[in-house]
Design a protein around this ligand. Structure first.
Ligand SMILES: Nc1nc2c(c(=O)[nH]1)N[C@@H](CN(C=O)c1ccc(C(=O)N[C@@H](CCC(=O)O)C(=O)O)cc1)CN2
Ligand SMILES: NCC(=O)N[C@@H]1O[C@H](COP(=O)([O-])[O-])[C@@H](O)[C@H]1O
Length: 221
């Protein structure tokens, strides 16, 4: 692909805070030709995020914006918004980004910001979802991909995948089982968006012009 052809592709900016396995899944889906897009930058709020190394290994520009260096959540969000805007993204992909955004940031990227959340929303919004499911003795868990709205983890859910909770599960084993499903469904939803099939309209997710009254449920391994 020529430089001009690559530059004409839909542009993603990926925000991370940690390991970056979902970032890696998207990088590999692009490399395999399953997603016709380019990752213009990976931005982390944590300097020790291994996802930064994954991006660098893939030749993707990286930036770090330490939220603790800002006097307020609003100030951090404004600085992050300016950095993200500098890459002119068609889509902002949250891939384990662990900061709650202020309404102004969310509104600025309304309809072009996705998040992956490790639960079957609306169950278990927030953090430590695997631990909470285990503490509750749940027998089913999973992952949701949704549009980001001001309400934390409250945006329209696009796709979900379920996993069983086993009696022998630890937080780590359950998280690993969820990760496997994450790495399948997130690239698929990103692909839908960059192909123009997925939109947010009037607070609802539309796929191929039809309102998703229920999330698409991914079945299979
Ligand atoms: N306004 C919104 N902001 C964010 C959303 C959203 O839907 N609306 N999704 C989250 C992602 N997320 C879960 O999927 C999430 C991220 C962070 C937190 C949280 O409690 N963060 C704390 C710090 C926690 C930590 O540093 O470990 C905080 O920001 O004070 C909950 C859920 C991204 N943002
Ligand atoms: N509330 C947001 C949240 O908890 N997101 C979760 O963070 C992990 C990031 O893993 P990764 O860094 O390996 O992609 C993923 O499991 C993702 O669902």
């Amino acid at each position: 692909m020529s430089i001009d052809e690559k530059a004409a592709l839909p542009t993603l900016v990926v925000l991370i805070s940690g390991n970056g396995s979902n970032l890696q899944a998207i990088i590999e889906a692009i490399r395999a030709g399953r997603i016709a897009a380019r990752v213009a930058a990976v931005i982390s709020n944590r300097v020790d995020a291994y996802g930064l190394q994954r991006a660098a290994d893939a030749g993707i520009p990286t930036e770090t914006l330490d939220h603790t260096a800002f006097a307020s959540r609003e100030a951090f969000d404004q600085a992050l918004q300016e950095r993200v805007d500098s890459f002119h993204p068609d889509l902002v992909v949250l891939a384990g980004f662990m900061r709650i955004f202020t309404p102004g940031f969310v509104q600025h990227f309304a309809g072009r910001m996705l998040n992956i959340h490790p639960s079957l929303l609306p169950l278990y919004k927030g953090i430590h979802t695997h631990r909470r499911v285990l503490e509750d003795g749940g027998n089913e868990h999973g992952v949701s991909v949704h549009f980001v709205t001001p309400e934390l983890d409250g945006g329209p859910v696009i796709m979900q995948a379920k996993v069983p909770v086993l009696p022998s599960d630890t937080e780590e084993r359950l998280a690993q089982r969820v990760h496997v499903q994450e790495h399948v469904i997130y690239p698929r939803v990103v692909k839908w968006f960059v192909e123009g099939r997925l939109k947010l309209e009037n607070g609802q997710a539309l796929l191929d012009g039809k309102i998703l009254h229920q999330p698409v449920l991914h079945l299979g391994s």
